[in-house]
Design a protein around this ligand. Structure first.
Ligand SMILES: Cc1cc2nc3c(=O)[nH]c(=O)nc-3n(C[C@H](O)[C@H](O)[C@H](O)COP(=O)(O)OP(=O)(O)OC[C@H]3O[C@@H](n4cnc5c(N)ncnc54)[C@H](O)[C@@H]3O)c2cc1C
Length: 380
């Protein structure tokens, strides 16, 4: 067993962090305040091979696999999880095109996203169906060579900035719930697509989140991903990889909380000594460090398994659950260690505290992860 990253991955890690410090750090707080999406940073990131890096080179990616992509995500998230998301989730939804789509779909949609010219979205959640994927109502009906789609999607990352979206639609209402829906690629500029940005998010405010209405929207039947009725299975495999990306976000954010807190604990004095000399401060730092080390091992192992062709759905759920717990714990500890200053937006830790919470909500709530793990244990 070898825990050492390859030289290529070490270089990638260094390059991604340098990119984040140079391109993202200077605008991080401003983008957070003004909910500013960052297309120019995404384009630059693409030029550096950081967008869709997990995809093979033939589709425009850097061929660094899910482990490489996790490392990129970790490093960008050390600086800003929201702007990092604009980069690593620019191909959100493309995982299913790559895994199950026709060669024609792959050639059309994947390279422009990796080049930073197009953005994709994964439109699954609906106003009344999030955790319960069997509750989708968006309907796709065949008409000539097209599908005609009607429905509403909610909380869609990249919703107003995307060029296309992988959309979960009921195609087989006569089938049992989990066999009733399919994934269909919908071009965002198609007539009948209405997109409204959701304002006022607690964290990751530079990311774009939208509500989307689909009214008699036409998509060619050739935009169906794989076979009809396979949407649920495809979505579960989508989570194999995207949950690791989200977990890597938590890893980067937690690491940033620890490093910043150590620095602050050395500088700040109370009772005539650095606050880092107090054992209660060291307890917080130690607990952060322990959880981060465990999380890094979970993230890298889960990613590595995918790259070996043996993704582990349950381990991905464990990793995602633990990432949320770790990030929320570390951000909370970082704010506490910064005292009153931690509550003021001059310091990054208040932002990280707000950003961290999303990790327990999107890509499966923490309760949904626990249910997944529990079901797997009982099936043994
Ligand atoms: C910023 C942001 C970005 C997002 N990006 C995307 C995106 O790009 N694409 C997309 O499709 N979705 C996206 N989402 C949606 C996100 O995945 C959902 O919000 C999430 O899955 C929860 O669904 P819900 O909000 O409908 O909550 P609900 O499913 O209504 O859950 C509410 C509460 O009930 C709990 N609960 C539900 N069922 C059970 C159960 N059986 N047992 C115990 N507890 C249960 C949940 O854990 C939660 O605590 C995003 C959300 C946010 C906030």
């Amino acid at each position: 067993m070898n825990f050492e990253l390859s030289e290529e991955l070490k270089m990638l890690k260094e390059m991604a962090y340098k990119f984040a410090k140079t391109e993202i750090a200077p605008v991080s707080l401003e983008c957070d305040h003004h909910e500013k999406y960052t297309p120019e940073i995404r384009k630059k990131a693409a030029e550096n091979g950081l967008v869709g890096a997990w995809l093979p080179e033939e589709y425009g990616g850097a061929g660094v696999g899910i482990l490489g992509n996790s490392i990129i995500t970790e490093e960008l998230s050390k600086v800003d999880m929201g702007i990092g998301l604009n980069i690593v989730a620019a191909p959100f939804g493309c995982e299913s095109i790559f895994q199950y789509g026709s060669e024609e779909l792959k050639q059309k949609y994947l390279p422009p996203v990796c080049a930073g010219d197009w953005v994709s979205a994964g439109a699954y959640t609906e106003p009344n169906a999030g955790t319960d994927a069997s509750g989708y109502k968006t309907r796709a009906v065949k008409d000539g060579s097209d599908y005609v789609i009607n429905g509403n999607k909610m909380f869609i990352t990249n919703g107003t900035v995307c060029d296309f979206m992988v959309t979960a639609c009921i195609t087989n209402p006569e089938e049992k719930k989990h066999n009733s829906f399919s994934l269909i690629v919908v071009d965002a500029a198609t007539k009948g697509v209405t997109r409204n940005k959701i304002h006022g998010k607690m964290g990751i405010r530079s990311s774009d989140t939208a509500e989307i209405a689909l009214e008699d929207v036409r998509a060619p039947q050739s935009n169906l991903i794989g076979k009809e009725g396979r949407g649920f299975v495809q979505l579960m495999h989508f989570f194999d990889t995207t949950r690791i990306m989200v977990s890597a976000q938590g890893l980067g954010l937690s690491q940033a909380c620890l490093e910043t807190s150590i620095r602050y604990c050395k500088e700040r004095t109370a009772f005539g000594a650095p606050i880092g000399s107090f054992q209660l401060s060291q307890k917080k730092l130690s607990e952060m460090a322990i959880q981060i080390e465990a999380l890094r091992n979970l993230v890298y192992k889960s990613a590595w398994l995918i790259d070996q062709g043996t993704p582990d759905y349950t381990l991905a759920a464990m990793t995602k659950f633990y990432s949320g717990q770790t990030a929320v714990f570390c951000a909370n500890a970082a704010v506490e260690l910064h005292g009153g200053y931690g509550y003021i937006d001059e310091y990054d830790v208040q932002k990280w505290y707000r950003d961290a919470k999303i990790l327990e909500l999107y890509e499966g709530t923490k309760e949904a992860e626990i249910l997944t793990i529990g079901r797997a244990l009982m099936a043994k």
